[in-house]
Ligand binder design. Structure first.
Ligand code: TEU
Length: 606
């Protein structure tokens, strides 16, 4: 039995550099700012930092549009600053994982600029296609097929210079690379090795499941003239959805295995996590099975889709049963082989305490932030903390279009409200206040000064996006001094993962799967292992009190009223390992069989 890899009991902290810490007063986060905050991260106890992109970029999609993979954008600093961050992080026992964005480059990348010349050696590095036969190039409707971009409009952009269209799943400044071309793959692997040799510890791979596209035997994409493959129907926005033809394509695992061989086969101590929008949980077992030597883990999207209707702008209420079903699928997919990532927050998702918790009072915000953190971290997998999640930071509270910065929110506002009138302005602005990616991108809240300590209060420049007004009470400075803060609670969760092998390695078993609001499960190791007993995790995911569900009550020996407790040796508050209330309050809840709002706890059963 090979020992579990180091990342099975590691915790990863995601930094969105633009919003983490500004060190030179330009209102933009930067690398020296991150380095100045490493002691905070070391004290929190995280093992790895995942850095969202800091490479040279026109910043059309906040750095996910890269124009030079081997240089740092001046807004963040220099390669020397990057080397210093790597050294200082390693000095504190923290690894650095960078964001690999190779499904697409920026249109300002030298490769793309060269590719615009049909005779250049880079001519076939992107997806170039002629206009539909019989149509004038550049005319509406002349696009090679009906595919739409995730950021609105057609997924095809006409390039006058080359006289052809190029494909872009994301913005028109993010042309998709042609992974069918071995030269593209070779160049990507060379760049990855250059970074690994520079001392980083792995990659988070942006939309990596989209790099292999479905084509017919002649290489024609679905819906293209003469293609054997039928396209999806055109939707209300006037375009068809390309995702099913670009997700988990026929050569994906071939490419992932090749990348593993070319970059990681002679290395150790690294971590690879692939972002997998659209990938069903069942595929995780294969792609992260160590035998297949592809990826260590994946970011799945089913849990961050449970409150989406036809689109994420069609917001549905949070239903704990839906969350339980999705998380259960993900846990079962890697029960025997492979590994799960655990996340609710990142730079693309609204903040979970606003999304699924309750921020109507400070007490409920704190309790629900702790409850959701405990729920996530106690599953089997590697937990990811997004900057500020450990503070219980909330959504931005924006009400006006001009407060937003994210290309996805702004471009889709125009597509849905102005161009196609799918939604009214009020509806879309309301949906954006709940779902926009900018909710996660307001500056990190360090203290209660004017700009929350993200940038100096005397800084010449305002932060690039507004600071949340609640930074006067929600900030690291105040929480570092409070043993009952969300921050202190996250530190305990991280410590538990480092010290208790039941948390990192224990099997996950669901309880009471039909309960509408109480989410319960156990973590246990096979008999004879070093950890004793099992851990019971119970979370009331609502702002109302809730009855202890049947299977859970039975496991605790409290299922037939208080009488049995005295005979069963009773509930012992000493066995409450962690609670969003006090151990004594939770012991009392178990005696009465009624959980308080957002009461979540871990109970050790010997
Ligand atoms: O996100 C991919 C992705 O699927 C997101 O666009 C997500 O689906 C959407 O934002 C939720 O509505 C990655 C990066 O994390 C994101 O920031 C980039 O915009 C995108 O890829 C393109 O690189």
């Amino acid at each position: 039995e090979t020992p579990n890899p180091w990342w099975t009991n590691a915790v990863v902290y995601q930094i969105y550099p633009r919003s983490f810490q500004d060190s030179n007063g330009d209102g933009l986060g930067d690398l020296p700012g991150i380095t100045s905050r490493l002691d905070y991260l070391q004290e929190l106890g995280v093992d790895v930092i995942w850095l969202s992109p800091v490479y040279k970029s026109p910043q059309d999609d906040n750095g996910y549009d890269i124009s030079d993979y081997q240089d740092i954008d001046p807004m963040f600093g220099t390669l020397d600053d990057m080397d210093e961050l790597i050294a200082q992080a390693h000095h504190r026992g923290i690894k650095i994982v960078m964001d690999l964005v190779v499904n697409h480059t920026s249109d300002e990348h030298a490769w793309f600029q060269a590719s615009r010349d049909r005779n250049d050696e880079h001519a076939d590095w992107y997806w170039w296609r002629d206009a539909r036969p019989g149509m004038a190039p550049g005319e509406p409707g002349a696009e090679p097929n009906n595919w739409g971009s995730y950021f609105g409009g057609s997924a095809w952009e006409y390039d006058e210079g080359r006289g052809q269209y190029f494909f872009h799943q994301f913005s028109r400044k993010q042309p998709d690379l042609n992974w069918e071309n071995p030269e593209v793959r070779r160049a990507v692997y060379a760049m990855m090795n250059w970074w690994m040799d520079r001392g980083i510890d792995g990659f988070r791979m942006d939309v990596i499941v989209l790099i292999s596209k479905f084509m017919d035997a002649q290489g024609r994409l679905p819906g293209e003239a003469g293609s054997q493959l039928e396209d999806n129907p055109v939707g209300p926005e006037g375009f068809s959805d390309p995702s099913v033809f670009c997700c988990d394509g026929p050569r994906l695992e071939e490419y992932l295995a090749e990348m593993r061989r070319e970059v990681f086969s002679r290395r150790d101590g690294y971590l690879t996590v692939g972002e997998a929008p659209g990938l069903p949980a069942a595929r995780t077992g294969e792609i992260t099975d160590p035998k297949n030597k592809e990826l260590d883990m994946l970011f799945l999207f089913e849990q961050v889709g449970i409150d989406h209707g036809a689109s994420k702008w069609d917001v549905r209420p949070f239903e704990p049963k839906k969350l339980r079903t999705v998380m259960s699928n993900q846990q079962n997919a890697v029960r025997d082989a492979g590994w799960a990532s655990l996340y609710f927050d990142n730079h693309d998702q609204p903040r979970v305490v606003s999304r699924w918790g309750d921020t109507s009072t400070e007490e409920l915000r704190i309790r629900s932030a702790k409850a959701l953190g405990l729920l996530l971290h106690m599953h089997r997998g590697t937990p990811y903390i997004y900057q500020g999640e450990e503070l219980g930071m909330t959504n931005a509270g924006f009400t006006k279009l001009e407060q937003y910065r994210d290309i996805e929110s702004i471009d889709l506002y125009h597509q849905r409200v102005v161009e196609t009138k799918i939604q009214s302005s009020d509806d879309m602005l309301h949906a954006m206040s709940i779902m926009s990616r900018d909710n996660a991108r307001t500056p990190m809240q360090w203290d209660d000064t004017k700009y929350a300590g993200f940038t100096a209060s005397y800084a010449p420049e305002e932060p690039w996006i507004s600071v949340n007004p609640n930074h006067d009470v929600v900030n690291a400075q105040v929480e570092l001094k409070d043993d009952d803060s969300v921050l202190a609670f996250y530190r305990k969760l991280i410590d538990l993962r480092h010290t208790d092998s039941l948390v990192s390695a224990g099997a996950w078993n669901m309880l009471d799967e039909n309960d509408p609001t109480v989410y319960a499960f156990t973590r246990s190791l096979p008999d004879g292992s070093d950890a004793h007993g099992e851990l019971l995790v119970v979370v009331n995911l609502s702002s109302k009190s809730a009855a202890l569900p049947g299977q859970t009550a039975h496991l605790l020996g409290v299922d037939d009223g208080a009488s049995s407790i005295s005979s069963m040796g009773g509930i012992d508050s000493e066995q409450v390992v962690l609670s969003t209330y006090s151990p004594e309050q939770t012991a009392a809840s178990l005696l009465t069989g009624s959980l308080s709002p957002w009461e979540g706890f871990i109970y050790r059963i010997d």
